[in-house]
Design a protein around this ligand. Structure first.
Ligand SMILES: Cc1cc2nc3c(=O)[nH]c(=O)nc-3n(C[C@H](O)[C@H](O)[C@H](O)COP(=O)(O)OP(=O)(O)OC[C@H]3O[C@@H](n4cnc5c(N)ncnc54)[C@H](O)[C@@H]3O)c2cc1C
Length: 302
């Protein structure tokens, strides 16, 4: 479904809507074509209005920090929504509970928790996404995941209805959750445990150093490309890739990181096609060499 530029239905959002907007700068890979519509709602009211105006068959994709998505080079025929800074508020509800807007960065939640002597959020300092993306992906590292700290999620559906979903009603898996694909998360509440700020900050420092040592940073990537194939083997996917794929495999500017073989990098100006070729090549080589079937962790936006 193509949402047209001169569609009068969207006139009222003239300050927060962009037509034929490039998606390249909105994601860590720095890859992608234009979106018919890019909408940055100022507030919940505008978001509800927008959803009500869009017909149910119109394609909508919500983006957070764009650290786990790969967009196609073609036009995205629909609307990409990114929540504005008004969805990035964070506050303490009581001494153990934090409420954060979906646009809050994971590292900001981790810092806020430390400032308020709340432990349990340290791992978030190592994930470069937002709360919204973290809930959708059940992101995690060093043995902790979003599901371990989440109390409830506030979300909006395509009809513009706001729902509150307790964490106990959500089934979380490894980098997945069963919440309906068309829900937009607005905010979430999280529980922590009282601890000393110094101790929390020491733990954050330790985790960051561990992460920096093992994975490349400050590069154009989507993080882990494939999930660890935990149902087939307990070996790590980077190890399996390293021994199955020839060194220095490259398609255009799409390359495999030397530091971590499950991190694929846009060296300069890679296209979606280059990155997709690399993904398929690795998948096929791993299957042929080891019999292991790899599943993507990054989200391919169709
Ligand atoms: C250098 C690097 C290191 C990384 N390290 C880790 C790691 O240690 N552990 C880990 O788990 N991941 C890691 N990742 C992947 C990524 O950071 C996480 O998956 C992160 O939680 C994605 O958040 P995001 O806001 O960037 O989501 P995006 O990439 O923008 O989107 C990811 C998914 O979430 C959905 N989404 C985003 N916001 C909302 C919302 N408000 N409502 C509904 N759906 C939403 C999108 O539609 C999409 O399906 C890493 C990535 C990079 C680039």
């Amino acid at each position: 479904m193509n949402i047209e530029r001169f569609d009068n239905r969207f006139k009222k959002f003239s300050k927060s809507i962009y037509f034929n907007h490039s998606l390249k700068k909105l994601n860590w890979f720095n890859i992608g074509g234009d979106a018919n519509i890019y909408f940055k709602p100022d507030n919940l009211h505008d978001l509800i209005e927008f959803l009500k105006i869009c017909k149910s068959e119109e394609k909508i994709f919500v983006i957070g920090a764009g650290s786990n998505v790969l967009f196609k080079d073609d036009i995205f025929k629909g609307a990409v929504i990114k929540l504005s800074k008004n969805f990035s508020r964070i506050s303490l509800l009581n001494e153990n509970t934090i409420i954060a807007g979906s646009g809050v960065l994971d590292k900001s939640l981790s810092e806020f928790a430390a400032e308020n002597n709340l432990g349990g959020f340290e791992f978030l300092s190592c994930i470069p996404g937002t709360i919204g993306g973290g809930i959708r992906m059940n992101s995690g590292c060093f043995g902790r995941e979003f599901k371990d700290i989440l109390i409830s999620v506030q979300a909006i559906n395509r009809l513009g209805e706001v729902l509150t979903i307790p964490s106990k009603d959500i089934i979380f898996g490894y980098r997945s959750c069963n919440l309906a694909k068309d829900l937009i998360f607005l905010s979430a509440s999280f529980k922590g445990n009282k601890d000393k700020r110094d101790k929390i900050e020491q733990e954050v420092k330790k985790l960051k150093a561990k992460k920096e040592k093992a994975q490349p940073t400050r590069i154009k990537t989507g993080g882990s490309t494939f999930k660890n194939p935990i149902e087939q083997t307990n070996r790590k996917v980077w190890e399996i890739i390293k021994e199955s794929v020839p060194n220095k495999t490259q398609f255009g500017d799409a390359i495999i990181s030397d530091k971590h073989a499950n991190f694929f990098i846009n060296k300069n100006n890679a296209s979606y096609k280059d990155m997709k070729k690399l993904i398929e090549f690795v998948k096929e080589n791993v299957k042929n060499k080891t019999g292991i079937k790899l599943d993507l962790e990054i989200v391919l936006v169709e």
